[in-house]
Design a protein around this ligand. Structure first.
Ligand code: SF4
Length: 866
């Protein structure tokens, strides 16, 4: 069985044989490779925590009752307050068929465009930038361009972690043809560690850099004047706006090297991702990049072009069906009356929405202020993932009706009046589109648990109950795909490049067997000879202005950047429950530069309290030279389900790009305070309750269905009996459980075991410093066997080894720790990533950790030299 990975926009093909999941050697996105997340997919197929029945008001219900209630409450709100009073908030995890039905229901038949998706947080600025420049949201190139380029420029993209399989292709191009890699990023990421040149740009300095590049291309006579004259408009105004002295914050020599390389290398691909998109000037950044490619004619030819790396597996499919509030469907546009008429006719939808709806941030503001009376959230967890997450929670608490479709319980399902159990990856049937416009099948290979159903079916059933049976008479995803394909070709005389009309004739069998295919059909690349889908057929240069560096804000002097980790996906509802994926980073932290840490009096193991205008969180400090002074970084994955005091997304605010509505998640003003850790703890239990209080707590899953918490407190512990009661509560002890305590006064280590019948159900160790706490293996050993009453005190009093200095797994595939790698580098004087692989196997399977191996090499080399 062939399918596709459900995580990032690379869209790797997988094969499924029984319980084994491997890379699909025939899939053109990955040719058999998978990154560390894709390699662990089989371990995510655990149904124990799944939602398996519809739930109304906290009690199990039938599908009929749940669907009737959603249809009734939506219909009532529409009847009383109009179609603008309801909303749908979806997800880039939808398959194209799910997206198509949800969008058709909202825009075509409810008659308002209040449908948006978490893709708004991911690539809305690229959609806006592409549309401004090309006339349509089109990625001009393909993955083969990475293989064929001589210069690969990664802008705001930590591809070694977030798009690892593609980054492996970039590395291969470097080896095969000597391609150079440039990374433009304020942080020295794993991607930067593997680059030929890292430009640690000031936050929001990208427009300034590409302005300077455009000016340099002109000065050095590197423009393609023929292409500019024949296929573009607006060049003179754009060049006039491009100043060659815009502030980038870069070292002049490094800047010159970049300008030289770009000016002198025809085969250049510029790849960009969230560092470009998640910005208050994200659309301008996209256009600053497309401007230099249009000016040099480096577009749509082998090894050349601007290339957006999408975050989610089907962000592109969502764009094709118009899943965003400001799009129609099939790349049709609200702004054009003939497009609205076309869609009205095709869907036979006289009530089709006439204007764009509310974008994500505005949508939840409208929920809070009462304009939205009923909202349906599907396949996403906005109560944890949207900026100002606590405000989103307040909005949902205040909303008269909230329906949520999802696979797992989340902070958002807890706020729902109705929960609808959705089928997940491996159970769903449909298509996704990856970053290079390639449509691939996602095929089911297992039954959905309990009563869970696919999203397209749930939307269709509610549409029927709202009176729209005829327009939603789908019996299968193939029916929906055929309609989607037919719409793309309807009255399309070449005005829209998104045209997959020939696929509308597929039989069910042909749909089942569909091989990965790019659109427009059989075209890898676009625009080498012009042919832009604009009224005059020309691309548009967009004059952009570089924003001035932010003024110092004495109350919030730091800039907070958020992003992803290598082994986690979004809010960790899947990856956060796979023990091996938690071994490289088992807790969130705030990364801070050594200079700032010293200024704050913070050492490794201490905590940082970060305050923004929107919230406050506490996490351990991770002191790293990768961070520029004045800036901090936090991974966006940790929610209240995994972190006690450190929900990162409650810190980010509502500032958005004006054109795209995409939140500026990488640029929040923050105040940072150091908190000395008064104590540290480690707790292992069978229950896994997540505590929240005046201490840091991070939860990881442990083999055997247990959970382990790392704890650090900045307030003194309670004393004596109060300590015992507090610790027992933390362990989730019942009144009937037996507590066994031991205090090692010499080493100031408190130990507590909670016994239920003959079993240890929880144990807690607290010490003044982390190295004095036991390691995970020692803790798990305590739970291994039933414990007779007489032995209970003994197991806590016995010798339990210290964990010593912190270690972490760098190479998950081969379980190689940082200590083992640094030991090998020092002992064998290793000087390359390949040599490390030969010595200890790290980085020799999926390759996702090569960036960290390069970082360790750089760090140790400088230590050995100094
Ligand atoms: Fe999945 Fe992306 Fe990794 Fe490929 S690179 S295996 S699509 S997470």
């Amino acid at each position: 069985m062939n399918s596709t990975c459900p995580y990032c926009g690379v869209g790797c093909g997988v094969t499924v044989n029984g319980g084994a999941i491997a890379g699909d050697a025939a899939h053109p996105a990955n040719f058999g490779k998978l990154c560390v997340k894709g390699s662990a997919l089989a371990q995510t197929l655990d149904d124990s925590a799944r939602l398996t029945t519809p739930i109304i008001g906290g009690a199990s219900a039938s599908w009929d009752d749940a669907l009737n209630l959603v249809a009734q409450r939506f219909s009532e709100a529409i009847a009383q307050y109009g179609p603008e009073s309801v909303a749908i908030y979806g997800s880039g995890q939808f398959l194209t068929e799910d997206y198509y039905v949800a969008n058709k229901l909202m825009k075509g038949f409810i008659g308002a465009a209040n449908i948006d998706t978490n893709s708004r947080l991911c690539m809305a600025s690229t959609v806006a930038g592409h549309t401004r420049a090309f006339g349509e949201d089109v990625v001009p190139g393909c993955y083969e361009d990475i293989d064929e380029a001589d210069l690969l420029v990664f802008v705001g993209a930590n591809a070694a972690w977030c798009h690892p399989v593609l980054f492996e292709r970039a590395q291969a191009a470097r080896i095969a043809r000597g391609a150079k890699i440039v990374v433009i990023d304020p942080r020295h990421t794993a991607t930067a560690a593997l680059a030929d040149l890292h430009l640690p740009i000031r936050p929001e300095g990208d427009v300034a850099l590409f302005q300077r590049l455009l000016a340099a291309l002109c000065e050095r006579g590197k423009l393609d004047n023929g292409f500019i004259a024949a296929h573009t408009s607006g060049f003179a105004e754009t060049l006039a706006a491009a100043h060659d002295d815009a502030e980038t914050g870069l070292d002049p020599a490094a800047l010159q090297t970049f300008l030289n390389w770009f000016c002198d290398t025809e085969r250049t691909v510029t790849l960009f991702s969230q560092g470009v998109n998640q910005s208050a000037c994200g659309s301008d950044k996209v256009n600053a990049i497309t401007n230099v490619h249009l000016a040099t004619g480096r577009i749509g030819r082998p090894g050349m072009g601007p290339f957006s790396l999408t975050g989610q597996p089907n962000a592109m499919g969502g764009r094709e069906v118009g899943g965003l509030a400001n799009q129609l469907a099939a790349h049709l546009r609200f702004e054009t009356e003939s497009d609205r008429a076309l869609l009205r006719d095709f869907w036979n939808a006289p009530r089709l929405a006439e204007k764009p709806g509310l974008k994500a941030v505005d949508m939840f503001d409208a929920v809070l202020n009462g304009r939205i009376k009923a909202i349906w959230i599907a396949a996403t967890n906005p109560a944890e993932s949207l900026p100002r997450a606590s405000r989103v929670r307040a909005a949902l608490e205040a909303c008269p009706f909230v329906a949520v479709s999802d696979c797992w319980p989340t902070a958002t399902t807890h706020l729902a009046n109705v929960v609808l159990p959705a089928a997940g990856w491996g159970e769903k049937d449909g298509t996704v589109t990856n970053s290079e416009r390639r449509i691939s099948r996602q095929r089911p290979f297992r039954a959905a648990p309990g009563m869970a159903r696919p999203d397209w079916w749930i939307f269709t059933e509610v549409a029927h109950r709202m009176g729209f049976q005829e327009a939603f008479s789908y019996a299968s995803p193939a029916d929906i795909f055929r309609e989607h394909a037919a719409l793309s070709g309807f009255r399309n005389q070449g005005a829209r490049l998104f045209n997959i009309a020939p696929l509308a004739a597929m039989t069910d069998e042909e749909y089942d067997a569909l091989l990965p295919v790019q659109w427009p059909l059989n075209r890898k690349r676009l625009f080498a000879e012009g042919g832009f889908p604009t009224p005059d057929g020309k691309a548009r240069f967009v004059p952009v202005t570089a924003p001035a560096p932010a003024k110092r804000d004495a109350s919030f002097p730091f800039t907070m950047n958020t992003g992803r980790l290598r082994d986690q996906w979004h809010m960790m509802t899947r990856t956060g429950f796979v023990p091996s994926l938690m071994t490289s980073a088992d807790e969130a932290n705030f990364e801070i530069s050594p200079a700032d840490a010293a200024q704050l009096g913070v050492v490794e193991g201490d905590l940082l309290r970060v305050t923004t205008r929107h919230g406050r969180s506490v996490l351990p400090a991770a002191i790293t030279k990768a961070q520029r002074p004045g800036e901090i970084f936090a991974a966006m994955h940790w929610t209240s389900a995994h972190s006690g005091a450190g929900n990162v997304n409650q810190l980010t605010g509502p500032l958005c790009d004006k054109l795209s509505g995409q939140p500026a998640l990488k640029h929040e003003r923050a105040a940072v305070e150091g908190l000395q850790a008064a104590w540290h703890g480690i707790l292992q239990s069978r229950a896994g309750t997540m505590p929240h209080g005046q201490f840091h707590a991070a939860r990881v899953p442990v083999a055997g269905g247990m959970h382990r918490l790392r704890l650090s407190g900045w307030k003194p512990l309670p004393r004596d009996a109060a300590l015992s009661d507090w610790a027992a509560r933390l362990c989730g002890a019942d009144a009937d459980d037996e507590r066994v305590e031991f205090y090692d006064s010499a080493r100031k280590i408190y130990r507590l075991g909670i016994f239920r019948h003959f079993r240890l159900v929880a144990c807690l160790f607290i010490a003044p410093a982390r190295p004095a706490l036991p390691d995970g293996a020692a803790l798990s050993a305590l739970f291994a066997a039933p414990v007779q009453q007489a032995n209970r005190a003994a197991i806590l009093r016995g010798k339990i080894g210290d964990s010593g200095p912190r270690d972490r797994v760098v190479c998950v595939c081969h379980n190689v720790t940082e200590r083992a790698i640094t030991g090998a580098i020092k002992a064998q004087r290793l000087a390359s990533v390949a040599a490390i692989g030969a010595a200890c196997k790290a980085g020799t399977n999926c390759g996702s950790c090569k960036g960290e191996l390069a970082q360790l090499l750089t760090q140790l080399t400088s230590e050995l030299v100094s």
